[in-house]
Design a protein around this ligand. Structure first.
Ligand SMILES: Nc1ncnc2c1ncn2[C@@H]1O[C@H](COP(=O)(O)OP(=O)(O)OP(=O)(O)O)[C@@H](O)[C@H]1O
Length: 236
């Protein structure tokens, strides 16, 4: 069966469900009521104002941030630390994760252990041309592109991307959007970013985290109604 069939056949789709999340820091409640679902083929866009808890929510889903309460299920099985399972989920932190002094060749050897993953990376023209460079020598866009493709090559079911478009020139943003779209056939993505235009373009569904609650946005005007965008912003 071709992997592209995964996204078209509901019985073959992987399903990530997140609910009952409660997170507070001291007396401050950050997340109080959140339900999220992401299936193979989905790109779920998580929007929210600075400091509302988007990064924390992604870390909770990944399993690296402990919280008072959570329920994370993949294909109906509950996991407390999904990242420990190896082939379930990958996460791009807001500020990247690659050691600056290593070459891309070394990083591929360290992180990617399957032939199919290595083929995905080494058949990519951009990666090929950067292969011998160190991470510190890459532009912001080159680094982000490589990070996203590296996660895709880990052959996981779900990928969480925290601000993949931040500080990146527009041309590379489009390249990263195209890259993500190319792999939705067998991966589900949850993405958060402040670049709401690109987020609206790439996402199949938008979830707005506001006052600790996940609002499932049905019409873009709701982004104004909930105070995420100033009135009239969507018209321009
Ligand atoms: N370890 C921590 N201890 C105390 N407060 C924290 C901790 N981590 C995050 N916070 C606070 O929790 C809130 C949510 O942080 P988080 O980084 O998840 O927000 P965010 O929506 O991703 O923000 P941004 O869009 O600015 O990246 C912020 O007010 C932050 O200062």
């Amino acid at each position: 069966m071709l992997s592209s069939d995964l996204a078209n056949d509901d019985s073959l789709k992987n399903v990530l469900e997140v609910d009952s999340i409660m997170l507070s820091f001291g007396s401050r409640n950050i997340v109080t009521d959140c339900y999220l679902q992401c299936c193979t083929g989905d790109i779920v866009g998580l929007l929210g104002r600075n400091g509302c808890g988007k990064s924390s929510l992604l870390k909770i889903i990944f399993g690296t941030l402990e919280t008072e309460n959570k329920s994370i299920r993949i294909n109906r099985q509950a996991y407390t630390h999904p990242y420990k399972e190896g082939d379930l989920i990958a996460y791009l932190p807001q500020h990247g994760f690659l050691p600056q002094s290593l070459t891309l060749k070394k990083i591929i050897d360290l992180y990617i252990h399957t032939n199919s993953g290595k083929t995905t990376l080494l058949s990519d023209e951009r990666v090929k041309s950067l292969y011998a460079k160190r991470v510190s020598e890459l532009s912001g866009g080159e680094r982000r592109y490589f990070e996203v493709l590296l996660l895709i090559s880990m052959d996981v079911k779900f990928i969480l991307l925290d601000e993949p478009f931040s500080y990146i020139e527009p041309i590379y943003r489009q390249t990263i959007i195209d890259l993500i779209r190319k792999y939705t056939s067998h991966i589900g993505f949850i993405i958060t970013d402040h670049d709401y235009r690109n987020m609206i373009e790439i996402s199949d569904r938008i979830v707005l985290l506001t006052n600790g609650v996940c609002k499932h946005i049905k019409a873009l005007e709701e982004l104004e109604r909930w105070g995420y965008l100033p009135p009239g912003k969507l018209d321009h």
